[in-house]
Ligand binder design. Structure first.
Ligand code: NAP
Length: 310
């Protein structure tokens, strides 16, 4: 039998959990459907220092607090995979999940984004043998070893700072001569003594005896190609939005879902929040804000469908 809700949220990261909290608190029957743990990518952040009002807190603790608050207001948390979302004739939606069918007039897409690969020879083969996409998960394997971080955004620079606590020898390599990361993070990186290779691309990750041995670089300014030994290569070169469930929603050129200021997508009743949305600045606080906004306007949308006007 189908389970009926007012609001169904797909994805239990900070955006989804905040949306669940606001929606349930507004008296809407709400469920978050998540296939992994509550908290999404926040769970693997070692330390968050810029969530307002909380000082320094681990991603794990912050995620747990978000979940507690959402469920405390009566939001259901369902561990399941959503296979598809079908629009019904009356404009409501049926979600086919590994926990059966769910029905609601509003669906909030909070599916986030997954890491992008560097796409160089040796990368795929060496995942788990020296190549990683998660510093908190795999950093401790490279304590006091020689570590390379690839990328120039907030993730690369912030994760390099975490890795520097584990090893004195951390280098960040970036394809341009300027970091994309926020100035405060770049400054902290400089102060921590993290080495940089700017204007440099990775040509290949080289293995010996089944694990990473070295990396071959190309210096874009001089054209020089050279190889240097590294034990661990951490790759943070951006993210790919997870939009497979809503192929018909309008997207920007990078594939992120377009929304209006109420977080509604091009399909009435479908909202998108957090890292999956076309927003220039992605933070835990902005995802949480997206969630609150979506919950508020989704509630108005439900009233409008019922003929209630303000
Ligand atoms: P991002 O901001 O998209 O940065 C990706 C970086 O990887 C860019 O520097 C990009 O270079 C580089 N890159 C992309 N493709 C590449 C390739 N094929 N080869 C080499 N380099 C490549 O991604 P992110 O750092 O994961 O951040 C994602 C979002 O989360 C951002 O909005 C960010 O602000 C946010 N975030 C915030 C915090 C924080 O506030 N503490 C922490 C982590 C993430 P170019 O610069 O040349 O494009």
């Amino acid at each position: 039998m189908s389970k009926n809700y007012d609001v169904l949220i797909v994805g239990g990261g900070p955006g989804g959990l905040s949306c669940g909290q606001y929606s349930a608190r507004a008296g809407r029957k709400t469920a978050i459907i998540e296939e992994m743990a509550a908290g999404g990518q926040t769970m693997i952040i070692d330390e968050i220092e810029n969530y307002p009002g909380l000082g320094k807190i681990s991603g794990y603790e912050l995620a747990a607090a978000f979940e507690q608050q959402a469920t405390g207001f009566g939001c259901d948390f369902v561990y399941a995979t959503v296979n598809s979302i079908k629009r019904l004739e009356d404009g409501s939606f049926e979600l086919d999940t590994t926990d059966g069918a769910y029905l609601s007039p509003v669906v909030v897409i909070a599916t986030g984004a997954k890491h992008r690969n560097l796409e160089v020879p040796g990368e795929k083969e060496m995942v788990g043998h020296g190549v990683s996409y998660c510093a908190t998960c795999d950093g401790p394997f490279f304590r006091n070893k020689k570590i390379l971080v690839c990328g120039g955004g907030d993730s690369a620079c912030q994760e390099a700072l975490y890795l520097k606590k584990l090893s004195d020898d951390v280098t960040v390599t970036h394809r341009r001569d300027r970091f994309r990361a926020q100035a405060s993070i770049v400054k902290a990186m400089e102060e921590a003594g993290i080495k940089t290779k700017m204007n440099t691309t990775v040509q290949s990750i080289n293995a010996e005896n089944g694990k990473v041995k070295s990396v071959t670089f190309v210096n874009k300014s001089s054209g020089e190609t050279y190889t240097e030994e590294f034990d661990g290569v951490f790759i943070f070169v951006g993210n790919i939005p997870q939009t497979q469930l809503v192929p018909d929603c309008e997207k920007d050129e990078a594939g992120f879902i377009k929304t209006d200021r109420n977080m509604m997508t091009s399909i009435p009743g479908i909202y998108a929040i957090g890292d999956v949305r076309d927003t220039p600045f992605r933070q835990v606080v902005t995802a949480a804000s997206d969630g609150a906004i979506a919950a508020h306007y989704a509630s108005e949308y439900i009233d409008a469908r019922a003929g209630i006007k303000y």
